[in-house]
Design a protein around this ligand. Structure first.
Ligand SMILES: [Zn+2]
Length: 215
C-alpha cells in the first residue's frame, strides 16, 4: 500500500515538489532517524521520509511506512525537539495502523476490500486514489491522543526534550489563530486545548518520574 502510494504520489503534481537534497532534507533525516529506530521496535515496516517544497504547514503518514513533511512545517518547528514531536506523532499513526483502519472502512464502503487484501488483480489505482484522498482525511480524537501517547514514547526513547510536543502544538495553534485560517495539519489532525494540556501533563509526569510508557 505504501509503495503504491509513493509511486502514485511521485507522478502527481505534488510529486514534482519533492526535495531531493540540501540542508533541510538532511535535518529531516537526522531528526527522524532515532524516532524511526524507536518505532521499529513496535512495528517493523520500511519507513520512508519525503520532504515536499510547500509552505503549507502539513505532514502526513501513509499505511505501511511513508511519511511526508512540508518545508512549511519544518520552518515552524524551529527546534529539533519540536520537529521530532510531529514526526513521532506521524510515525505512531503508522504503528497503530490508524490510516489502515480508516482505509479499510472506506474501502469496504466503496466495495474495493477485495483489492486491498490481495484477492483481486483489479486495477489498484482506485485504491491508491483512495489513499491519496485519505491524506486529507481527518483522524478521530481517539487516534490523535493515541498517536500523541506513542509519539511521546518515541520522543523519550530517541532522547528528545519531552517539552517539544506541547511547544509544537502551541505554535501550530498560535499560527492558526494569527493567520486566521485552518492549518492543513490541524484539519487532518484535530488539535484541542485538551491535547495540548495532555502533552504538558505527560512531560510533567516524565520529569517527576511518574510517566508510564504505553506498551
Ligand atoms: Zn494525527
Amino acid at each position: 500500500m505504501g509503495e503504491q502510494f509513493v509511486t502514485e504520489f511521485n507522478k502527481s503534481k505534488e510529486g514534482a515538489l519533492v526535495v531531493r537534497s540540501g540542508p533541510m532534507l538532511m535535518r529531516l533525516q537526522r531528526v527522524a532517524l532515532p524516532i524511526i529506530d524507536a518505532a521499529r521496535k513496535d512495528w517493523d515496516v520500511p519507513y520512508t521520509l519525503t520532504l515536499i517544497k510547500d509552505s503549507e504547514i502539513n505532514a502526513f503518514a501513509v499505511p505501511g511506512g511513508p511519511v511526508y513533511v512540508n518545508t512549511g512545517l519544518m520552518q515552524l518547528a524551529s527546534t529539533d525537539d519540536e520537529l521530532a514531536s510531529v514526526l513521532a506523532h506521524e510515525v505512531s499513526h503508522i504503528v497503530k495502523r490508524h490510516s489502515a483502519q480508516q482505509l479499510s472502512d472506506a474501502a469496504v464502503k466503496q466495495g474495493v476490500a477485495g483489492i486491498l487484501f490481495g484477492r483481486s488483480n483489479a486495477d489498484v489505482r482506485s485504491v491508491v486514489g483512495l489513499t491519496l484522498s485519505l491524506k486529507d482525511r481527518e483522524f478521530s480524537r481517539g487516534d490523535e491522543s493515541q498517536s500523541d501517547e506513542y509519539g511521546f514514547k518515541y520522543l523519550v526513547a530517541a532522547g528528545y526534550n519531552v517539552r517539544g510536543m506541547a511547544s509544537m502544538f502551541t505554535k501550530m495553534q498560535d499560527s492558526a489563530t494569527k493567520s486566521n485560517e485552518k492549518l492543513a495539519f490541524l484539519s487532518t489532525h484535530p488539535l484541542t486545548r485538551k491535547r495540548i494540556e495532555a502533552a504538558e501533563k505527560r512531560a510533567e509526569s516524565y520529569e517527576n518520574g511518574t510517566w508510564k510508557s504505553p506498551k
